[in-house]
Ligand binder design. Sequence first.
Ligand code: ADP
Ligand code: NI
Length: 218
Amino acid sequence: MHEKIDQLREIVEEKFRNESADHDWYHVERVLKLAEFIQGKEGGNLEVVQAAALLHDISDHKLNGGIKNDCARVSREILTSLGADPEFIECVCEIVDRVSFKGAGVEDETGSIELAIVRDADRLDAIGAIGIARAFHYGGKRNCSLYDPDLAPSLHASFEAYSSGESHTLNHFFEKLLLLKDRLTTPAAQEIGLERHELMQHFVDSFLEEWNVNVKWR
Ligand code: ADP
Ligand code: NI
């Protein structure tokens, strides 16, 4: 199995080589490392965690022309081509389409410990310093403004509303990023998440203070 994980890593790295920085191979690699770390603390099957981390964004709707919940289909194809065990393939496929955040008002589906680990790892990479960088990169790519004081955040009740919502980038912090700390479920990830959350909260507070030109020397 170890060898198959190495082969899978090569396939995924190749596929993500030219993706943009909010969603590139380095994102996948960081999620893999975080997931391996959390698995070391929390248990679960290491190979399932590694394969699901590598495949969790393999067919994202933002990159595949709008097809939702397509990661399991593509993962099954790739793992089958590598000759992986059918039971192993099912464990991984159970995870990959359940990782993404689907809106503030949409409850996360529960599942295996491996799902909880990969989801937490993906969420940790969406917050903190890297999270801020990824959000503004994504917003820039979509030509969003940094902030618009007249456009309030909305807590989406469905994946449809969340994924079709167009807003400025600062709203993404209120609609998703600042909510993630309380939506991590493994203690190991919750510990890492705390500091990343605080950094992000400080960033948002400073951003709004600077926007309003609340400078101390005035
Ligand atoms: P993930 O890879 O963690 O599942 P997504 O696929 O939802 O995350 O998004 C990829 C990156 O782009 C994340 O860092 C996310 O926070 C950011 N992002 C997604 N939607 C927006 C948005 N509307 N505005 C700014 N950043 C966004
Ligand atoms: Ni991801």
